[in-house]
Design a protein around this ligand. Structure first.
Ligand SMILES: *Cc1c(COP(=O)(O)O)cnc(C)c1O
Length: 240
């Protein structure tokens, strides 16, 4: 087994243990390997270990990798970082999932571009659960009104919510972010009935805590792929 396969197996065990502690099934939790800054051959190692969808936070880098790996039939891309309207067209072309929706302008532009590509996109709405100014995402109090507007965009397959918790060693404060997400999800379900099943939260440092608070998708980078690289070192111009 190579390092990446071994790391994936370790994370899978930790996911199963965290789910068991929470009285949940590990099948409720999807592991999204975050391959940002890593070259295609590293992604192929994770693909060989059974993973087909990869998280990337920069559109230019992700679309370059999608092109480089276009021969791999079942590979899919999840864009997990903030999107500027002028990049919506690229995302509409190659992504299967977008986890960072937080503006109607971007929703509208994505929908338009998806219609012209004849594609659909799985979407999560990003929530700023930590109340930090520098974080993207909607304040929890604005999520319900925002999601009301999304029905107009029928190429968007809206599945749930995503957040980045506070980056801190203080477990209680990180847990509070995850608990806020559960509250927002309940508010949406009270208003809409079913749906809003996805809660994407938890990264290398906090995914177990996130699972204990109901995460259905954990986005894990460094714990699988090691320290981040500068992609320009191995692929000049990749970030344009
Ligand atoms: C990079 C990134 C992750 C993964 O972070 P790690 O600490 O490497 O696990 C998760 N979510 C988002 C939005 C990211 O940009």
């Amino acid at each position: 087994m190579n390092d990446i396969a071994a790391n994936l197996a370790t994370i899978e065990h930790r996911i199963a243990d965290a789910a068991a502690r929470a009285g949940r099934s590990s099948r409720e939790v999807r592991l999204l390997p975050v391959s940002k800054t890593k070259p295609p051959e590293v992604i192929l190692a994770a693909h060989a270990a059974g993973y087909t969808r990869f998280g990337e936070n920069k559109v230019q880098e992700a679309s370059a990798k999608a092109e480089a790996l276009a021969d791999v039939a079942d590979i899919e891309w999840a864009v997990i970082g903030h999107l500027q309207t002028n990049k919506a067209r690229d995302v509409a072309r190659f992504a299967t999932e977008f986890q960072a929706l937080d503006s109607l302008r971007v929703a509208k532009e994505l929908d338009k571009r998806l219609h012209s590509e004849g594609r659909r996109l799985e979407v999560l709405v990003q929530v700023n659960s930590s109340d930090e100014d520098q974080k993207f995402g909607l304040p929890p109090s604005e999520v319900l009104a925002f999601t009301r507007e999304l029905a107009a965009f029928d190429a968007l397959d809206v599945r749930g919510l995503m957040t980045l918790a506070l980056f801190s060693d203080d477990h209680a404060r990180v847990a509070a972010c995850f608990a806020t997400m559960g509250q927002v999800q309940r508010e949406l379900r009270d208003a809409d009935g079913e749906g809003w099943a996805e809660l994407s939260m938890g990264m290398s440092g906090d995914f177990e805590l996130a699972i204990e608070h109901g995460a259905t998708c954990v986005r894990v980078g460094q714990a699988i792929f090691g320290a981040r690289l500068d992609p320009n070192d191995y692929w000049p111009g990749i970030q344009g």
